[in-house]
Design a protein around this ligand. Structure first.
Ligand code: NAD
Length: 492
């Protein structure tokens, strides 16, 4: 496979256009953005920088398709057929899609193959299979009336997604929205649009009617804002930072009160008790749980809470694993940590490391930029021993930096874990079943892993509490975001 990857990595990439109404088109003012590869800092191509006029064209195309009904009113079995075909086409082109995505955002290839085309195909398949199995309801009324609860598509859905896993997160929104019969306008992140543009081509090839799926690329503050303020979008589904999430709520309030679903950041506690079943495995999985994709994972276990009696030994194990991880060219299959997605992000990560040192954090390993001679953006996996008062314990870095915080008792672990504005993911390592269940109940987060970290599949929801957001991706619950309930009350 490495041979094929090496061939694909050098293919030229044509300048990219917008995908609107089933066709490729240039932005009205012809504006473009440069696409730079984080692997070596070279220019890959350009993407279109859509303005509000382009966004309006895309929303109008989506609305026209919805009103026409060739998708929204199609038999579920017909929608299922096309969604399954999209999954097949993603699998057919998986390697090409993964290489394209990695050239764009720097995720290590072995992971990207699974997490990007692999996960996106599985997601399309999951919702394709669900589409003719989700029914309305009949209410338990008195005998002379009939109460029917219909589930209807909401209309036009806008999806705004980040750069860390564009295909995976894109599919989490696009697939259930399409399955429910909606039209979609997608805005990828400006530093990771290429694989999602290719997905648009695959949707057309699969026979998705024109206008049902549209892609507008461009800057968040322009293209994204135009979507947020548009008067004819019914639902806006977002994954990204809390700051942008707040803006989207404001846009909604200032425009048509579109429903806004937010999947935001995290500062997830990964709690290791001295009675964990296998401390070596806990250390290995915890390292993967923070450092994969250079720490640019919303559910990353970035706060490691370790019980005092094993603190030194566990920190040493972890530091040794981190120091041995292979950082570098993400297109080499053996690479364990790829490039940080952009120079801007790398600078932010390094600034957090400097700040941790300045606040008195003890650096156990890493902390520096490496491989600068490649022109790419690489950082050593970094571990700090800190206290809960330091910035690293509170703010999401979204980079390869782990902070270790000690605790003594279960109650103290819960208090530290919950002392966060975020509530996305968490983990508990223990062989005490009762403690595991107590912790599941006590931790305020959307997911609690027990004796593992990550890997949850499409059958379970992903969503945050507190400032990690609202609503859920994945599972049948995701369909709630993209359907409206309508009551029919019938006198018999
Ligand atoms: P970001 O918020 O900067 O950008 C996300 C998207 O919003 C991009 O497409 C961007 O162009 C767009 N955007 C930016 N400004 C906008 C504006 N004013 N109006 C409308 N759209 C705008 O986030 P990012 O840096 O791409 O991603 C990292 C963040 O995403 C982290 O906080 C991470 O935790 C979060 N994230 C969360 C999940 C989850 O499922 N909860 C998953 C992945 C990433």
């Amino acid at each position: 496979m490495q041979d094929q990857i090496d061939r694909l990595r050098h293919l030229p990439i044509a300048p990219q256009s917008l995908f609107i109404g089933g066709d490729w088109s240039e932005p009205l003012d012809g504006a473009v953005l440069e696409v730079v590869s984080p692997i070596d800092g070279t220019r890959l191509t350009t993407i279109a920088d859509a303005g509000s006029g382009d966004v309006d064209r895309a929303v109008r195309a989506a609305r026209a398709a919805f009103d026409k009904g060739s998708w929204s009113k199609a038999a579920p079995s017909q929608r299922k057929k096309i969604l399954l075909r999209i999954a097949e086409l993603i699998e057919r082109d998986a390697l090409e899609l993964a290489v394209l995505g990695v050239r764009d955002n720097g995720t290590e290839m072995a992971m990207a193959l699974k997490a990007e085309p692999g996960s996106a195909a599985a997601t399309f398949r999951y919702y394709a299979e669900a589409v003719d199995k989700v029914y309305g309801e009949i209410a338990p009324t008195a005998g002379d009336v009939l109460g029917l609860i219909h589930r209807e598509p909401v209309g036009v859905v806008a999806a705004i997604v980040p750069w860390n896993f564009p295909m995976m997160i894109g599919a989490w929104k696009i697939a259930p929205a399409l399955a429910a019969g909606n039209s979609v306008v997608l805005k990828p992140a400006e530093v990771a649009s290429l694989s999602l543009l290719k997905l648009a081509a695959l949707c057309a090839e699969a026979g998705l009617p024109e206008g049902v799926f549209n892609v507008v690329t461009g800057r968040g503050a322009v293209t994204g804002e135009a979507l947020g303020l548009h008067m004819d979008i019914d639902v806006l589904a977002f994954t990204g930072s809390g700051g942008v999430g707040r803006r989207l709520l404001e846009y909604s309030a200032r425009s048509n009160l579109k429903r806004v679903y937010l999947e935001l950041g995290g500062k997830s506690p990964n709690i290791v008790f001295a009675d964990a079943p296998d401390l070596d495995r806990a250390a290995k999985v915890s390292a993967h749980g923070i450092f994969r994709n250079a720490g640019q994972v919303c559910v990353a276990g970035s706060r490691l809470l370790v019980q005092n009696s094993i603190r030194e030994a566990f920190a040493e194990k972890l530091a040794a694993i981190a120091a041995g991880m292979k950082v570098g060219d993400p297109l080499q299959l053996a690479t364990e940590i790829g490039a940080v997605s952009s120079e801007v992000q790398l600078k932010k990560d390094l600034a957090y490391a400097d700040q941790a040192l300045a606040e008195g954090g003890r650096l156990l390993t890493g902390g520096r930029r490496i491989l600068e001679e490649t022109g790419g953006y690489y950082m050593q996996p970094t571990i700090f021993d800190i206290t809960p008062q330091m910035t690293l314990a509170k703010e999401e870095v979204f980079g390869p930096i782990l902070s270790i915080i000690p605790f003594e008792t279960e109650a103290e672990a819960v208090a530290i874990a919950n002392a966060s504005d975020y509530g996305l993911a968490s983990a508990v390592w223990t062989s005490n079943l009762s403690r595991a269940h107590r912790m599941i109940r006590a931790i305020r987060a959307g997911v609690v892993h027990v004796n593992t970290y990550g890997g949850a599949d499409n059958t379970v929801p992903l969503g945050g509490v507190k400032q990690s957001g609202n609503g859920h991706d994945k599972s049948l619950h995701a369909l709630d975001k993209y359907t409206d309930l309508k009551t029919a009350w019938i006198q018999l």
